[in-house]
Write a protein that binds this ligand. Structure first.
Ligand code: HPA
Length: 274
């Protein structure tokens, strides 16, 4: 049976607290090619994943593989530079473990970013989308297994997983800084294949504006843990096109890199307002 390992979480939290006394209030998870926000962080402590007890170790190109602590936008934050994807072979408990740790350290808000394929007809490569809802198409659920009421409810409400207050604040920030942002629904699925033309079409029909291979498990666990969530996608390729488009991981990273500074600005300014 799959169980959330509360002892492991407590052990990891205690280890980190023995290294740093500051209490992070915001947890941040950066997506592929979106590590630029790291440069804005006044880093107090950088812990490589392999030095943190119970932490999974990242394998994907373009991921930093460090848990960072420091100040951003005047607040103490904890930043996961390099997330854990289900397609790498991690269990859902492993994928979402860092979110439990962030919460255990004191973070009340989770901010996530990702690279995603665009299906909304208005989208262009490099556009930013604030996630206002999601559709979970992962084959496994991070909350499957025995529930511990101390960590969250058995049947969490999902009517507003992405805080509308944070969405509204982020839209204002974007407007004030002349940054074009869209709002939309993110569909999370397992990968690692990019979608076929027929799959992109179907994902659009069922209500998706963007699709990717992350975020949803982390957000579900954050909601379960009682955190507020804000998420953004950078559109790195387009699934809805006349001609067949070939997508490569390199292309995704390149597009993400170009959009990263705009997203970093929104994240930083939003943290100031939290
Ligand atoms: N599909 C799934 N995941 C992705 C995509 C995509 O088109 N682009 C970046 N991540």
């Amino acid at each position: 049976m799959q169980n959330l390992n509360q002892e492991k979480i407590a052990e990891t939290v205690a280890f980190i607290q023995s290294k740093i006394s500051a209490k992070p209030v915001v947890g941040i998870i950066l997506g592929s090619g979106l590590g630029g926000l790291v440069d804005e962080l006044e880093i107090n402590l950088a812990l490589p994943y392999e030095e943190i007890p119970n932490f999974p170790v990242s394998t994907v190109k373009g991921h930093g593989g460090k848990l960072l602590f420091g100040k951003l936008g005047g607040k103490e934050v904890v930043m996961l530079s390099g997330r854990f994807h289900y397609y790498e072979g991690y269990s859902m408990q492993e994928v979402s473990f860092p979110v439990r740790v962030m919460k255990g350290l004191g973070a009340h808000t989770l901010m996530v970013s990702n690279a995603a394929g665009g299906m909304n007809k208005n989208f262009k490569v490099g556009d930013l989308m604030i996630i206002n809802d999601h559709i979970n198409l992962f084959p496994e659920h991070p909350l499957r297994g025995r529930n511990h009421e101390t960590t969250g409810p058995r049947f969490p409400d999902m009517t507003e997983p992405y805080s509308l207050e944070l969405v509204s604040k982020a839209k204002n920030i974007a407007k004030q800084n002349n940054i074009l942002v869209y709002e939309g629904v993110y569909i999370g699925l397992q990968g690692p294949t990019f979608e076929t033309k027929a799959e992109y079409k179907w994902l659009h029909i069922i209500g998706g504006d963007a699709v990717g291979m992350s975020t949803v498990p982390e957000v579900i666990v954050a909601i379960h843990a009682g955190m507020k969530v804000f998420g953004m996608s950078v559109i790195t390729d387009l699934g809805i096109r006349e001609e067949m488009n070939v997508i490569t991981h390199e292309e995704v990273l390149e597009a993400a890199n170009i959009a990263a500074p705009k997203m970093a600005l929104i994240f930083r300014e939003l943290i100031k307002e939290i």
